[in-house]
Each structure stands twice: as C-alpha cells, then as structure tokens.
Ligand binder design. Structure first.
Ligand SMILES: [Ca+2]
Ligand SMILES: [Ca+2]
Ligand SMILES: [Ca+2]
Length: 272
C-alpha cells in the first residue's frame, strides 16, 4: 500500500510540474474555423459588398482539407473580401506577429494580384489618450494609425505573408489625431491594436475577377500563437464534442458523416 501511495504522489507531482510548464512556456494551438463555428471571426465584413465565399478552397499542404475561398470579386468599386480575426482591443506591446497563407486562384484584371492581398492593423495610440474622437467615426475617429502589410508574390500555389512589430509597413502609415510610430514597436505601453483586417481586393475596380483563398492565419500575443485553420467542417477531438447534437455538425477527417452520436463517440475515442 505504501509503495502504491508513493507512486500516486509522484504522479500527481509530475502532473503539477507539467501544468506549471504549460502555463509558463509559449504555446501554439490550432483553432479550426468552420461554416458553423466562426470562432469569433467576422467572415466577411458586411460593408464591402457581396463576395462569394466558402470553406471549400484548396487544401494547404499542412492545413487540413479546406481553406477560406472568395471571389470572383465583381465589378462594384466597394466590393472586396475583408475578414476580421477575433483578436481585438489588444495591447500593441503584447503583439508578437501575424502570418497567413494565401493562394491566388485567378488574378485580378486591373493590377498585379499580389497587391490585392494585404493586412491592415488599426491602432489607437495612447499619445492622444485611449478612445476615439470626431463627429464621424468613419472619417475622423475610428483609428489613430493604420499600418498595411502587402503580399509581394503571386507564385502559383500557396504563398505566405507575415509581419511582426518590427516590420516596416508596405506603404506610409495612415495617420489621424497623433503622430504614428514608424513600426508597431514604437508605441507607448497603453496603445492598443483595435483590430486586424485581412483583405482580398481593395475598394476599387482594379480587383475585379480576383479569386483567392486564405488559410493558416497565425496570430501571436504574449508569446502564444493561435493558428486558425479554415475547414469545411470540424472533426471531433473528444467524445464531448459529439454530445448535445454536436455530432450533426462534425465529420471524420476523410469527410464522411456520422450516423448518430454513438458513431461519433466511437470515432473520437478510437479514430475509427
Ligand atoms: Ca485549412
Ligand atoms: Ca472592388
Ligand atoms: Ca488614441
């Protein structure tokens, strides 16, 4: 009995050490974004005109079976594809970087396609206080500084775009209300990233006909990275995912459906 208790104590201690390590070490986790669970993403922003999109884009080599597909972007000038990740209202000083993969499936008719893939970062500088000003949020008040990071290749297949706090933006910083730092690393401690916007196309007709896909958007804060994997459906990772009708929105990794909750639980437990 004594020996058994010692083993049990050692096991508990070991688990406590592991839990401590998990809290203190940088972590990377994958979040699957599906048509029925956007995980806090806004897909797409509602004010940019209708652009057909879905989660059945081409598979990335290490990104499951699907991706977020959009286009072709139609003729209206304000039509573009714009999405917003759930990381909003965050301290700039906690930001560690953003990366994404994109695949241009059909080029824009009006300009180089790679110019049409970019990320905007909207910052509320602490230099003029936190909060926004002006009679019209859209024209005078909804950000102090806007940084843009533009993709630079349209090679066939998947390409990547990434930046961090030290990366120089691709074009001059759009500034309102206060002087803006040359890079995100230049902000005072209380300054905040209001939101990121990932764009396919711009608010002109130069993006007409663009079709592309996004996948594996990685966003790092406080040393921890979340990788958003766009997939046409979610796969259960444990039996609880199957319960409360969860099985109806889940599939096996090969895309096949479950007959019922028990079928789903068996798959979650055994992989078969
Ligand atoms: Ca994917
Ligand atoms: Ca347009
Ligand atoms: Ca401000």
């Amino acid at each position: 009995l004594l020996k058994h208790r010692r083993v049990a104590f050692g096991g508990v201690l070991g688990m406590a050490v592991l839990a401590f390590a998990a809290v203190t070490m940088a972590a990377t986790s994958t979040v699957v974004v599906t048509p029925t669970n956007n995980q806090g993403w806004i897909i797409p922003l509602p004010d940019n005109g209708p652009v057909i999109n879905g989660f059945n884009g081409p598979a990335d080599s290490d990104g499951g079976i699907g991706s977020l597909r959009f286009g072709p972007i139609a003729g209206a000038g304000n039509a573009k594809f714009e999405i917003q990740p759930p990381e909003t209202n965050k301290l700039v000083t906690d930001f560690g970087g953003l990366g994404l993969e994109y695949d241009i499936l059909a080029p824009a008719s009006g300009s180089d396609s790679e110019d049409q893939i970019y990320v905007n970062v909207y910052v509320d500088s602490a230099a003029n206080g936190i909060g926004f000003f002006g009679p019209n949020l859209m024209t005078s008040g909804f950000y102090d500084c806007r940084y843009v990071y533009v993709a630079t290749t349209n090679a066939a297949g998947w390409n990547s775009l990434s930046f961090n706090s030290a990366t120089a933006p691709s074009s001059p910083v759009a500034s309102r209300h206060s002087s803006c730092a040359a890079t995100l690393a230049g902000f005072a401690d209380a300054s905040r990233i209001e939101f990121f916007r990932i764009n396919g196309g711009d608010t002109s007709t130069s993006d007409n006909n663009l079709e592309a896909a996004f996948d594996l958007v990685g966003i790092k804060f406080n040393g921890n990275t979340k990788i958003y994997d766009f997939e046409p459906y979610a796969v259960p990772t444990n039996k609880d995912d199957c319960k409360k009708d969860g099985w109806q929105n889940l599939k096996r990794a090969d895309g096949s459906s479950f007959k019922n909750q028990g079928d789903c639980i068996q798959y979650a437990n055994t992989g078969k």
